[in-house]
Every structure is written in structure tokens, then in C-alpha cells.
Design a protein around this ligand. Structure first.
Ligand code: MN
Ligand code: MN
Length: 468
């Protein structure tokens, strides 16, 4: 005789929460869409190695979609598309809504950890020319040795001429590298803690090896590199002080895994959210219910300080210009206060190789959808925006209504570390705000890994949020 069902089976299903892979929720045709979406994403990443390149790429996509700089807009009406750029490093793009006096803001950051050249970087030692670097953001220094690097940035010559530099991405172009110590001679190095195995002052990249054939010249290899810089760009050693030159991992993003389900690339924190929120904005048709705003900020990786970071007043400055051009009745401050925001940033995925740092019940898993995190911070939720339950409930409706695979978690076990986002800087205007973005493996490493299902889920959340 078959066993009688207790009735608890169905009830258990109804009452319990179960983790589900987004890949098993998406239909076959959606999976196809996800893969093609991520091809565009990988191209975007290739063009956006630095914050400046990323903003330039965003402007190019906005221009193709009829967005205009706000100063060229006569009058903002529902459906108007515009943007404000701040110093080539931050940007606010918008589509005016039917209700023009409330924003739906998705904010991401476009800077990523890297090695910057020091103001006086070039020196010669042991038959080599090298560049000194100063790392930017939270890196594990030992990640940056033995890694082919490309150099990107700008230099200003004495006459004020701006010179763009990009070396190491095109086939045939030389790259740069910090060679690590060979294991044969590393017995002392291997006894050090990982944070000391490679020190900041030792992250010098190889810049050249050929001396000029002139006995009158003292530093022959260094001189040869200076000559090359002068011949190619017309710049001198002193000009390098008036520059922003950034070394980043060279090369294009790659699919990861036999099923190609993941993207491995530099700078996905947080360009994965920059890209998905840009696409979410670009794919809106007509005027959304409220004004949709994509905010792209710089300097998040060094604390959001500075005039292009989220800690500055650039969002308020945008709101002022917007409200003037829209002829809004309420003040920019009240508009911001009445707004709703998503702090679009990545979080940590539970790593099967390093399980002990996560609480498995409160961790994000690769491929289980966009991660919505009520709070971040560290040491007792310090330095975070702990989103209100009311607002969490609002986001839940957006997720459910649009059948978006999602998950929730915390960035690691309590008191083991932590991390911040721009959420607390958005929320100080009084707007509702919560963190939501894909989780990553190997965050802040030269090759971060994201699941394509999560990338697409983030896009869907931002797009649906803009329509809410
Ligand atoms: Mn981030
Ligand atoms: Mn980061």
C-alpha cells in the first residue's frame, strides 16, 4: 500500500526557503539571450579598462541612443534623455519620467583596483629600466606579479596638450610585468605572511632593457625609454608628473568553464553593474513612471572621497541642473529625498575552496541570481546603510512581479572582514537605498569571475526597478 501523505510535504515546500540555481529557472530561449547579452558585456569590458575609458564608452553608447548633455537641453519633458558628465570620470544619465519629480536611481562605480605610476616613475637598475608604481584600492599585492599588464591614461605636456596613452592591448604591442622571485631563491620570501611576500615598493614593472650606444649618456637604458616616450608622444620625464597612468591586466575577458557559463575578467567590480545598469536604462522605451537615473561614480575603491566620488555633491549638482531644466516645483533636495535607489555593486560569492569565511545560510552563490543585501559594512554593520524592511519589501515586489532570480546574503562571516559600497552615501539624501548586484569569485583579483545568469539577473532587476 502506498504511504499516505501527511500533508506536511506541500506545507514544508510552502513554508521553507530553498536556494535555486538561476540556470534552472531561466528558459532555453532566455539562456540564449543571456549568452548574447554577455558577449556585448565582454566587449564593453575590453573598451573600459579604466574609469576614463569606461565613462567615454558610456557616453558613446548614450549618444547612439539620443542622449544629450544637459546643458544642450532646452526643456526637460517626460521621455527626455540627457546626461551630466563630471571631469571625464563620473556621469549621471537619465530618462525623464511621467512623474518628473522622483528618481529611480541605480548607482555603480567605474574605478577598479590597479597599479598607478608614481609621479617620477622611471629609473634604471641592474641593466633594466623600470617604472615605480603605487597601488590603487584594495589589492593582494602578490596577485600583480608575473602578470602581463597594459598601460592606459593621459599625460599633459608643458604646453597643456593632452596626450592619451594606451600600450599593451593590441596584438603586437609590448606589455609590462613585475617579475616575481623564482622559487629556487624564495625560501625567505615563502616564510613571510602573504601581505609581506610582495611589498608595495617592490611593485616595479619592467620598462626596457636596451642601452643607447653613446658613452656620453650616463643612464643609457633609462634614456632610451625617455627617447621612446618623446618620439611616440612628445613627452618628457617631467610631463609624467602631470599624468594619470594606470597599469591594468592586459587582454580581453574570457568565458570560464566547459559550459562557458561564467565571465572571467579584470574590473568586473564594478563595471558589471555599470554595464547592466546602462543597458537597463538604454532598453527603456518612452517615459518611465519616474525619472530613471543611472549614476556612474569614480573613486569608490579608495573610499569614495574626491570630487568624482560618491562622497562629493555631484548627485545634488545633477538634481539642481535637472530640476531647473525640468521646471520642477519641488527643490532638488526634496526630489532626492523622495527617490528610491539601488546601490549596484558586487558582493562575494561563497567559494568552495575557502568556505570557512562564509556563513553558508547567509552567503551568495554563483549562478543563483542577483544578490540583494540589506546591509554591508563590518564590525557590527558599521559603515553601512542597513536598508529598511519597508524598502526590502518594495524590492521584493519588483523581483517577484518580474520573475527575476535573486538571492540574499552577507559579505562573509561576522567579524572576519567586510566591505562598503556607495549605499550609505546615496542614503544620506534621505532616499530609500539597498545594495544589489551579482556576486563574484576572486573579487579585486586581476581576473574576477561572475556567472552570466547573475549578470543578466542584475540587468533585469535594474530595468524592472526603473519601470517601478
Ligand atoms: Mn565595488
Ligand atoms: Mn571593490
Amino acid at each position: 500500500m502506498p504511504k499516505k501523505k501527511s500533508g506536511n510535504e506541500a506545507l514544508e515546500k510552502k513554508l521553507s526557503m530553498e536556494r535555486k540555481s538561476a540556470w534552472s529557472i531561466y528558459s532555453d530561449s532566455e539562456v540564449k539571450k543571456i549568452f548574447s547579452f554577455c558577449e556585448d558585456y565582454k566587449n564593453f569590458l575590453s573598451e573600459s579598462k579604466t574609469e576614463r575609458q569606461c565613462i567615454a564608452e558610456i557616453i558613446s553608447e548614450l549618444s547612439d541612443a539620443d542622449f544629450t548633455p544637459i546643458e544642450k537641453m532646452k526643456k526637460i519633458k517626460p521621455g527626455s534623455r540627457g546626461y551630466v558628465e563630471f571631469k571625464s570620470k563620473s556621469l549621471v544619465a537619465f530618462i525623464a519620467g511621467a512623474d518628473m519629480e522622483q528618481f529611480r536611481i541605480v548607482g555603480s562605480h567605474v574605478d577598479s583596483p590597479r597599479l598607478d605610476l608614481k609621479p617620477a616613475p622611471l629609473f634604471e637598475d641592474s641593466e633594466l629600466a623600470l617604472f615605480k608604481t603605487h597601488y590603487y584600492g584594495g589589492i593582494k599585492k602578490y596577485h600583480w606579479v608575473n602578470l602581463p599588464l597594459a598601460l592606459h591614461g593621459v599625460v599633459f605636456a608643458k604646453n597643456g596638450r593632452k596626450i592619451s596613452v594606451s600600450i599593451g592591448e593590441e596584438p603586437g604591442e609590448p606589455k609590462f610585468i613585475v617579475p616575481d622571485l623564482l622559487p629556487h631563491l624564495a625560501s625567505e620570501q615563502m616564510k613571510k605572511t602573504a601581505s609581506k611576500a610582495v611589498e608595495g615598493e617592490d611593485l616595479n614593472v619592467l620598462a626596457g632593457n636596451i642601452p643607447v650606444r653613446d658613452e656620453k649618456v650616463k643612464k643609457k637604458i633609462k634614456f632610451n625609454i625617455l627617447k621612446k616616450l618623446y618620439d611616440k608622444y612628445g613627452i618628457t620625464e617631467e610631463d609624467l608628473i602631470f599624468a594619470e597612468l594606470e597599469l591594468v591586466p592586459a587582454g580581453a575577458p574570457a568565458d570560464i568553464g566547459m559550459d562557458g557559463a561564467m565571465v572571467g575578467a579584470y574590473g568586473q567590480d564594478d563595471k558589471v553593474c555599470a554595464y547592466t545598469s546602462l543597458r537597463a536604462l538604454l532598453e527603456l522605451k518612452g517615459a518611465p513612471a519616474h525619472t530613471a537615473v543611472s549614476l556612474f561614480v569614480d573613486k569608490e575603491e579608495i573610499g569614495s572621497y574626491g570630487d568624482t566620488g560618491a562622497e562629493s555633491f555631484l548627485l545634488r549638482s545633477f538634481a539642481e541642473r535637472y530640476s531647473a531644466a525640468a521646471g520642477a516645483a519641488c527643490s532638488p533636495e526634496r526630489m532626492l529625498e523622495a527617490s528610491k535607489a539601488i546601490s549596484a555593486d558586487v558582493t562575494a560569492a561563497l567559494d568552495p575552496n575557502f568556505k570557512s569565511v562564509s556563513d553558508p545560510a547567509n552567503a551568495s552563490y554563483l549562478g543563483c541570481g542577483v544578490s540583494v543585501e540589506k546591509y554591508g559594512g563590518s564590525g557590527g554593520k558599521y559603515n553601512s546603510q542597513d536598508a529598511h524592511a519597508e524598502y526590502m519589501a518594495f524590492i521584493r515586489v519588483v523581483l517577484d512581479k518580474n520573475k527575476i532570480p535573486w538571492q540574499t546574503g552577507e559579505l562573509g562571516r561576522i567579524d572576519i572582514g567586510g566591505g562598503g559600497t556607495i549605499a550609505m552615501l546615496l542614503s544620506r539624501y534621505g532616499m530609500d537605498c539597498v545594495d544589489a548586484g551579482p556576486c563574484l569569485l576572486g573579487m579585486h583579483s586581476p581576473c574576477e569571475v561572475a556567472s552570466k545568469a547573475d549578470i543578466y539577473s542584475a540587468f533585469k532587476l535594474y530595468n524592472s526597478f526603473f519601470k517601478s
